[in-house]
Ligand binder design. Sequence first.
Ligand SMILES: [Zn+2]
Length: 582
Amino acid sequence: MIMKLMRFGWRQHTSPDYSSILCSKNFSQLGVNMNDNVIESVRRSSNIEELFGDYAKVKRQNGEVFVVCPFHAEKTPSLHVEPSRGVFYCHGCGASGDIFTIPMKLEGLGFIDAVQYVADRFNIEIDSDLDDSAHAIREEMKKALNVAQHHFSHAVSNPDAAAYLAERKVSKASIERWEIGYCPSSSDGIVQALRNHNLVDAAVSAGILRVSFGSPSCVFVNRIIFPIRNKIGQLVSFAGRDISGNAKAKYINGKETTLYSKSSILFGLSKAISSIRDWNRIILVEGYFDVIALHQAEVTEAVASCGTALTKDHVKLFSKLTDKALCFFDSDDAGRRAASKALPILAKSDIDSLMVNLPEGMDPADYATSNSLEDLLERIEDAEPLLATWLHSLSRTHDKTPHGRQAAANEAVPVIRSYPLIARDVVLRQVADILSVPYLALKRLVGNPAPTEVETSQSKPHDPLALALAGILMRNEDMVSDAKKLINLDWIYGAEERDAIEKILSGEPAYTVARKAAEELQPKLHRSAMGAGHEDPEKSLGKIVSRIEMRHLSRELPKQEGADRLVMQKRRLELQRRLAIR
Ligand SMILES: [Zn+2]
């Protein structure tokens, strides 16, 4: 099925609006730039059930569709799909959304890429002949990245670059495989190359060039260049390692753009995916050279985050491929800090987390390039549980004095708190044991657990009646005009809910509103829409509006006086009667 989508109302400018893309870090906001009609058409022309089938087992039961949830580990399907509305909700983990949520969560894509991904998957043609849109700007950015990549690759034969890579024991094959490049001390060449393709603005947006006093220069001068690719192998940015010795920062990473979000990109993942699946483990390292050295040594399940600590989005990226993560960090203070940051993130997931031990002062690249593959694999196979390893190194870092024990315990507390409640007590005992601190004192120190992120989001109260109303309207867009006559927005408590309902009433597609709603509100809206499916919509709408109005009156009643009060009471009694009849 090839559908040509019209470009209903794409914004027209005389020159591309790079600045709006430049400063936008929030992908969902970009949905505003991609025309909603285009997005809705892609949603309508695609098939959510079929897309889920790419990732997980899909079961049809009595006309209902259930999926073994790809967002959390389970064996029996608890993710409920509504193909007719194109939405899903998981009763196990609370994941929810529409078809675009699937590639966003499972492929680590930003919103617009997710729309494109779905369009590609179902052969829906989005008119790309758009000289002026977020999409067109992103296409230009991709071209600029490729021109730059070509340029950097050519320059890698520069003697300084070649000498540096030889010193780091990077083989010729690795230079080719990883497309390692170099940016010389002068930007003239690359600026000219980009100018020849009329891509200077796009290169600025993509974080390759910067402009000062009106003239563009490359941000990566004097650096070895590592192209950064996303999970499906698309070039999204670069990182650079200084070789001049004069730069303030040894490494710089491309800035975040609409193509590149550091928290959801793992360097090397597109090359490591099949090994991660085959070996059922991922090896997390800290640096680009570590990834390259391990792959060069045939340990091809290694990846690294790009200039940022491990995030829960990173874990989401690989948790569908494997349930085992090995942290292979430098054996120094920085490596220990990296482990203490990774620990809470991994503790919250179902990932079995291990730590590879290295001789003091070494990093994985050193070890991989100066030892045999047997030795390297032996190290990796001997990996020990991450928590215990981290605790032992923490214990060694602080002395055995009471103050030293207190300091060690203080460092362990946030990690203990990241564990789910039941596991937490087991962890507490382990920490008390390894750090040699009294269990009860440690337990008091951990105290009443700070709520985890999930608990926080669940505990944030939303107006249940407003949610129910939104749910009905999401399922029955033809009822919006009725609702508009019945409801007064002042009756809705909670700014986010009111905002969502106001948008729906003003004619915005309800599922678009839900997608753009605050993050904690989204699943609640979807769940509410799911729940609203089994009743007569007209009846439910009347019932819910009455309840909302009655609640409002109950709150307002005490404030009213005299005759007003009597009128209000009468109104309330009428409403109560109406409700009793239903
Ligand atoms: Zn789930």
